[in-house]
Write a protein that binds this ligand. Structure first.
Ligand code: PLP
Length: 388
């Protein structure tokens, strides 16, 4: 039997189905609609008997379907759906599969926490939050009949690690789905479906896009779970533009190279920060002293390009450090080629009430760092001059 191609080969070769023009990169089909020789032909495409473009908002545009075949391959999934943003993917997911209630275990991106706290309950979708340290309450929560267990691992911004395989088993015992937001790890470092998760979510704005020049989202998994989400996406109008799909498709080809370099540099930087007297704690799964290290070692190929650290100082002093950075940009988002630092309390988790942030250990003295492709020693020098 032929050996499965390596992940890097899959990424470089992109869509296994070549465009009829022979172009190795799927062209941008810059069309909102497609015309047919006959109505019978149109109905064949509409009813899935033949593949083809039909109407771009439906996702039935060759640039978008090509991207989705690539996205599916990345996570070893049967199928994938692309979205205008990670939050579009999250909202379509929750509206489709969250109606029996959603448990969010551990920390998550502030926008996801806001959606689960403020908007979904308005639609009578019950949401429950368990901190990482409250995992012992998960079994009894699942017994109440929640249909979806949602996790990030590593989480934003505290880099908590959860055992995907164990949680998938636990969720399935209670008839619930396990969905993993794999944005921080990226499929280059971790493939949750192979560990038993039912669906994977990405903010493709981050590592998949990788250049801070697009906003997109993705869901990967089996068709039986994605088909009902497809209908929500279609009618909520959450399909990315073909231009964005092509840009994302191009970026996926270099994903393994970028993530490997970012993971290597992040480990070097984490070690350097851990030795600095002004740094009280470094949160990075690659450090042997980090609580989730053993599980990360088991389920991740590399530890990723994201790390957070806490200053032995006030929120204001922490802001001063961020403001003093010269090479590292002061801004939200992550996963791009350029390094970015941010105080989660100022932007990414600003909408999370202060008391909840405190419960989650997201203090004003925390800086989250997205490590880019610059020279690691130059990044360390920038951090040291800002800290000193
Ligand atoms: C882990 C994670 N999931 C989801 C999102 C939302 O993605 P987007 O900004 O593409 O909507 C983000 C954004 O920062 C994120 O960090």
């Amino acid at each position: 039997m032929a050996k499965e191609p390596d992940f890097s080969t899959l990424c470089v070769h992109g869509d296994p189905q070549r465009d009829p023009s022979g172009a190795p990169h799927t062209p941008i089909y810059n069309s909102s609609t497609f015309t047919f020789n006959s109505t019978a032909d149109l109905v064949d495409v509409l009813e899935g008997r033949r593949e083809g473009g039909l109407y771009t908002r439906f996702g039935m545009n060759p640039t978008i379907t090509s991207l989705e075949r690539q996205l599916a391959q990345l996570e070893g999934a049967e199928s994938a759906l692309s979205f205008t943003a990670g939050m579009a993917a999250a909202s379509a997911l929750f509206l489709t599969h969250g109606r029996k209630g959603i448990i969010c275990l551990g920390d998550a991106y502030g926008g996801t926490l806001e959606l689960l706290t403020n908007q979904l309950p308005l639609l009578d979708i019950h949401t429950r939050f368990l901190l990482g340290g409250e995992q012992d309450q998960l079994a009894s929560a699942l017994e109440e009949g929640y249909g979806l267990l949602f996790i990030e691992t590593p989480t934003n911004p505290t880099l908590e690690i959860f055992d995907i395989h164990a949680l998938a088993e636990q969720a399935h015992q209670h008839g619930a789905l396990l969905v993993v937001d794999n944005t921080f790890a990226s499929p280059a470092n971790q493939q949750p479906l192979s560990l038993g998760a039912d669906l994977v979510l990405h903010s493709a704005t981050k590592y998949l896009g990788g250049h801070s020049d697009l906003t997109a989202g993705a869901l990967m998994g089996p068709k039986t779970l994605l088909d009902p989400i497809w209908a929500w996406r279609k009618n909520l109008g959450q399909v990315p533009a073909p231009e964005t799909a092509a840009l994302l498709s191009r970026s996926l080809r270099t994903l393994p190279l970028r993530v490997q370099r970012q993971s290597d540099s992040a480990l070097t930087i984490a070690k350097a920060l851990a030795e600095h007297p002004r740094v009280s704690r470094v949160l990075y799964p690659g450090l042997p002293t980090f609580p989730g290290h053993a599980i990360a070692q088991k389920q991740m190929k590399g530890y990723g390009g994201m790390l957070s650290f806490e200053l032995d100082g006030s929120g204001e002093e922490t802001t001063t450090v961020v403001d003093r950075l010269q090479l590292i940009g002061n801004g939200a988002s992550l996963g791009g080629v350029e390094s970015l630092a941010t105080q989660p309390t100022i932007i990414t988790h600003r909408g999370v009430p202060a008391a909840d942030r405190a419960r989650r250990g997201i203090g004003e003295n925390m800086i989250r760092l997205s490590v880019g492709l610059e020279d690691a020693n130059e990044l360390i020098a920038d951090l040291l001059q800002a800290l000193n």
